[in-house]
Design a protein around this ligand. Structure first.
Ligand code: FAD
Length: 427
C-alpha cells in the first residue's frame, strides 16, 4: 500500500457524501479503463478524512433516516429546484441523475422508498446503512482511505496543485478533489477548511450563511407550543410591515422559535429580508378556510356547546395542541366564560388571530442548527461537464463546497451524488 510521500493518481480531501462518491467513482473508472487496455492498473485514489470515520454528517441526515434524493425523475423539473444553478446542473444531472441514485443504491441492496413530497429514503430508514454502502463502494473500488488525516494545506507549482500536506505526511497526486463540505453542523467535520485553500488558490468564495435553518421568534405563545408540530399551515412574512411572501406546509414550534419544512425552506429568503428590514410574520392556522367560513364553523360549534366553558370548545376547534397558546394570543375578560357569552366582537377578534397569529422574527439560528450553509465557490468558476475548477488545472470541486442554493427534501444529497460522480468520472 502507498503511504506518505507516495504519488497517487487522485487525492480526494473529505470523506462526506460527495467525497466518497467521487473517490469510489474515480477508482472504479480506473479499473474499467485497465480492462479496455488503456491502463495496466486501476486508478490509485487516496481519500483523506480528518474524522476517525467517513460519513459523519451522512449518518445524521434526515433525522437519522437519510432523505437520500427526491423522486422527481424529469431532469429539467428536478433542476428547477436549484434556483440560479438550474442550467448549470443539466449536464451533471444527465451524467448521474435521480434514477441513477435509485439504481446505485438498489443494486447495492439498499432499496429506496418514496414518501410525501417525493422524498426518497432507504427502505431500512437508517442513514448509517447509506454510509455502509458508500464504505463498501470505496473498498470494492480499491480506494485507500486514510482517517484521522486532516489536510492542512496544499502545495502549488504554477497553475497546478502538486501535493497535500497532512499531519501524517505529504501526499502527491496528478489531480485533486476538494470535498470538504460547507460549515453547517461543524461537529461533523465541516469547518470550512476548503474555503480557506480555495481563496488562496484564486477562487471566489461567497461567505457562508446558514440557509436551511430554523428561525428565532421571542413571543410567549410560540414558546408555549414548543414540541408541537402542525402539518398544514400558512406563514406570511412582512418586511418593515410590507407583505413579502407566503408559504404553506408543515411547521414545528420550538423553545427558540420555529422549525419544520415550511420554515427551513423559507429561511434563505427570510435571511435576505433580515439584512434590510425588521421582519414580522403571521401564521394562518386554517389556510384552507376563509374568514367567513371559519366564522360559520365557530358559530355552529358554539351553538352546539352553548353551556360549556369557552376554552374547552375552543380546544375542539383548534389544531391539536394549539389551545395552550390561546391565553397568550387572545385575552378574554374572564378566564372561564361560557361559550354562549362570547360577544360578536370577541369572536371576530379570535378569528383574526386564528387566521393571522402575529410574531416577530428576531434572526436565524446558527450553523450548529443549519442543514446547509449557503456560500462557497460560484458556478461561474467551475466547468459544468466535469466539475473541474476553471482557476486551477488539476482541481475538481464537489458537494457543499459549491455555491448552490436548494430547498430541503433530498436535493442536497442528490447534488453530492451527482457532483461526486461527475468529478470522479472526469478526474
Ligand atoms: C442535520 C443535517 C441533516 C441533513 N439531512 C439531509 C437530508 O436528509 N437530505 C439531504 O439531501 N441533505 C441533508 N443534509 C445536507 C447534506 O447532509 C449535505 O449537503 C451533505 O452531507 C454535504 O456533503 P459533502 O460531501 O459536500 O460534505 P460533508 O458531508 O460536509 O463532508 C465533508 C467531509 O470533509 C471532511 N473534512 C473537512 N475538512 C477536512 C480536512 N481539512 N481534511 C480532511 N477532511 C476534511 C469532514 O470531516 C467531512 O467528513 C443534512 C445536513 C445536516 C447538517
Amino acid at each position: 500500500m502507498r503511504g506518505a510521500n507516495m504519488k497517487y493518481d487522485v487525492i480526494v480531501i473529505g470523506g462526506g457524501a460527495s467525497g466518497m462518491m467521487a473517490a469510489g467513482r474515480a477508482a472504479e473508472r480506473g479499473k474499467s479503463a485497465s480492462t479496455c487496455g488503456d491502463s495496466t492498473r486501476g486508478r490509485s485514489v487516496l481519500l483523506l478524512e480528518k474524522n476517525a470515520t467517513v460519513g459523519k454528517k451522512l449518518d445524521i441526515t434526515g433525522g437519522g433516516r437519510c432523505n437520500i434524493t427526491n423522486a422527481e425523475f424529469d431532469r429539467h423539473a428536478f433542476a428547477k429546484h436549484y434556483g440560479t444553478a438550474e442550467q448549470f446542473l443539466y449536464s451533471p444531472l444527465s451524467q448521474f441523475g435521480v434514477q441513477d441514485t435509485f439504481d446505485f443504491f438498489t443494486k447495492r441492496d439498499l432499496p429506496l422508498v418514496v414518501e410525501a413530497r417525493k422524498r426518497a429514503f432507504p427502505q431500512s430508514q437508517k442513514s448509517p446503512d447509506v454510509t455502509r454502502v458508500m464504505k463498501k463502494y470505496l473498498a470494492d473500488a480499491g480506494v485507500t482511505v486514510l482517517t484521522n488525516a486532516a489536510a492542512l494545506g496544499l502545495t502549488c507549482v504554477g497553475n497546478r496543485i502538486t501535493e497535500v500536506i497532512t499531519k501524517n505526511g505529504t501526499f502527491a497526486a496528478d489531480a485533486f478533489i476538494i470535498a470538504t463540505g460547507g460549515v453547517s453542523h461543524p461537529e461533523t467535520g465541516s469547518t470550512g477548511d476548503g474555503f480557506k485553500w480555495l481563496t488562496e488558490l484564486g477562487h471566489t468564495v461567497h461567505p457562508p450563511t446558514p440557509t436551511i435553518v430554523p428561525l428565532k421568534a421571542g413571543e410567549k405563545w410560540v414558546k408555549s407550543l414548543a414540541g408541537i408540530s402542525l402539518t398544514s399551515m400558512k406563514i406570511t412574512f412582512f418586511a418593515d410591515g410590507k407583505r413579502a411572501f407566503s408559504k404553506k406546509g408543515g411547521l414545528l414550534f420550538t423553545h427558540f422559535g420555529l422549525s419544520g419544512p415550511l420554515i427551513l425552506n423559507s429561511a434563505s429568503a427570510v435571511a435576505g429580508l433580515l439584512k434590510e428590514a425588521d421582519v414580522t410574520a403571521t401564521i394562518d392556522l386554517f389556510p384552507d378556510t376563509d374568514f367567513a367560513a371559519l366564522e360559520k364553523q365557530i358559530i355552529a360549534k358554539i351553538e352546539a356547546n352553548k353551556n360549556k366553558d369557552f376554552k374547552n370548545v375552543l380546544a375542539e376547534i383548534l389544531p391539536p395542541g394549539m389551545a395552550k397558546a390561546i391565553p397568550h394570543l387572545f385575552a378574554l375578560p374572564e378566564a372561564n366564560i361560557k361559550a354562549h357569552s362570547l360577544t360578536k366582537e370577541e369572536r371576530k377578534r379570535l378569528i383574526h388571530i386564528l387566521k393571522a397569529a402575529p410574531l416577530t422574527i428576531t434572526g436565524l439560528m446558527g450553523f450548529d442548527r443549519s442543514v446547509i450553509s449557503d456560500g462557497g465557490v460560484p458556478l461561474t468558476e467551475v466547468d459544468t461537464r466535469t466539475m473541474r475548477s476553471l482557476k486551477v488545472e488539476n482541481l475538481y470541486l464537489t458537494g457543499d463546497v459549491l455555491h448552490i442554493n436548494r430547498p430541503s427534501g433530498g436535493y442536497s444529497l442528490q447534488l453530492c451524488w451527482t457532483t461526486g460522480y461527475v468529478a470522479g468520472s472526469s478526474v
